[in-house]
Design a protein around this ligand. Sequence first.
Ligand code: SR1
Ligand code: MG
Length: 418
Amino acid sequence: TGKFEALSVETLPKRLGETAALSERIGKDASRWKVREVGDGNLNLVFIVEGDKGAAVVKQALPYVRLVGDSWPLPLKRSFFEYHALTRQERRAPGSVPAIYHFDEDQALIVMEYLAPPHIILRRALIDGRELPKIARDIGLFMARTLFRGSDLSMIARDRKADLALFADNVELCDITENLVFSDPYFDATMNRHTSPQLDGLVAELRADRNLKVEAQRLKHLFAANAETLLHGDLHSGSIMVTDTETRMIDPEFAFYGPIAFDVGMLLANFWMAFFSQRGHEQKKSRDSMRAYLLRVTAETWAVFRAEFSHLWRTERTGMLYQKSLFEDQGDRLGAEQALDHMLGGIWTDLLGFAGIEVHRRILGLAHNADFETIADENLRATCEAKALRFGRHIAVNRRQIHSIDEVNTLAALIEQE
Ligand code: SR1
Ligand code: MG
């Protein structure tokens, strides 16, 4: 508490030594704590603190965007939204996020469970060519449970409206998404960058593509106006930690009320980008089996999401939408199923749009991802990126004409082999 001050490896033990939630967990003698700063994200400080008894993570927001520096101020309150999103996600999908030990709003810091090795960031594991057996199931369940249970399908209307108002203040982080994801990639915005000159021609083509630009703006409109559920808001493969047996979602500081399809689309886009980048990581060994695995993961994630969402629809529809009193209670089970089909159909169409533009922004905008960035050979990297860009354009613009994930994966495989 008190005036905000950024922590450092040197000051952390002194400043947090009296914080019972931390010292009781890792050991009371702060002089023996070992502190490392490991934040490699775009925004925050992340410390791992180890003591005699155990370890914890201390995540602190900075009053600016770490990736860019203090020329881009960003409010500390994102830590408040992250904390509140984590508590809701834990309630709605138990065991899927790190345990929270302590939150200090003034210092914008959260003390949470340290997910020790062998936990690794999912993006890293996919770049390394690791086939994680549980991700599709765990992430599909997480998305279905958090997105269904945070919506008017499940919540008491008064509670949902209160939550909507709480998260409505996450304006600056929404603004980042609104600009970096939906607009900047489609014009010559100052912070954009791409592999040049190899992609220059294609980039010019995409920026002149009227249908694509209109679609991106329709999706932006949906993102901004369809306050359907509490989203994670930044659910990419860098926001997920995995082992062979466990999956945890982290970093929901972009949480706000938006369309269900946004989280699902962003997540699947990151699997498709992992797919298109594999050729850049082949070195000695072919990545054929990894590519096949990644397409299976997209299909399974969507199948698990659909199945769990349908299950919750049939068993937990306690909110004000599609009330059981209108359907099942009158013996009209078919009506409820018809409405479910409409809902899933809408999510499907929109997720393809969100996925397409997420692919674009990671190659054309400010915030790139390591899948492509770590391909050392620039020509090879540009080839992988160009394929992903064309795939993204196709699924965004043609989303209403694409009816199954197999269709999308067939297209991905065709483009990849060109
Ligand atoms: C300036 S922030 C850039 C990106 O990093 C975050 O992880 C979000 O994805 C955001 O769009
Ligand atoms: Mg993040």
